[in-house]
Design a binder for this molecule. Sequence first.
Ligand SMILES: [Zn+2]
Length: 267
Amino acid sequence: MKLYISADIEGSAAIMDWDEALPGGTKYPYFAEIMTKEVAAACRGAENAGWEVTVKDAHCNGRNINPENIPENVTLIRGWTGDMLEMMGGLDKDEYDAVAFTGYHSDAWSDGNTLSHTMVRKVNRFTINGIAASEFIINAYIAAYFKKPIVFLSGDEALCKIAKEMIPCIETVSSKSVIGGATLAKHPEKVRKEIETGIEKALKLKDIDKTCVLELPEYFVAEVEYKEWQEANKYSNYPGAKRTDVKKVSYESHDYMDVLKFIMFCI
Ligand SMILES: [Zn+2]
């Protein structure tokens, strides 16, 4: 059995500022190592359950995880595949039996994380069928499209709560929450221990292929609210898109791959 892990950084333990999250930032090397260690913990948990693992490095340039510091049997997807799957690049290869997420974070409109955003920082809010669509939700729908069970998420507490409501059988590990405008952080080592045991437990559950597969909506209304009206003006030219307000563009389709194409070109 083979697990696909999509790994981000803004939901990792303790991280709270863009200087810590982006290459070139003074504290970035430390937090890239925190991300690497969380991914390594997730891989160990999966291997303890007898699974093989492929990891997609899904933050920024896709080159954050230190390949040296993850278990040697893990395959790592570095950089971007350049297709609509983005943070789930390679999942369309029909070799995976389940999907997990590490280091994920709240969406652009949420106060659940000091680094809340959806894909890029020019977006104020992104919804699918009226629901705030975090990167987790966008990518959970990709897993649903390919009928892959979603077994595990680590990230900020607010996102864990949403994930649990969407997919009751998902195992979650909260890395941190907010206190006012600050981060209330768990110790990174504690987060790693919980990730390792959490993934192992999730993969040992019975019938995950039946109980943990999310149902994909039949119709999608995607709406982006940009921070600047000039972006709405520009992206309303995307084929099929409509400008619905000064800063908003919406796009509708029955096919989720069309929505992903809209996201790829307009977000
Ligand atoms: Zn990220």
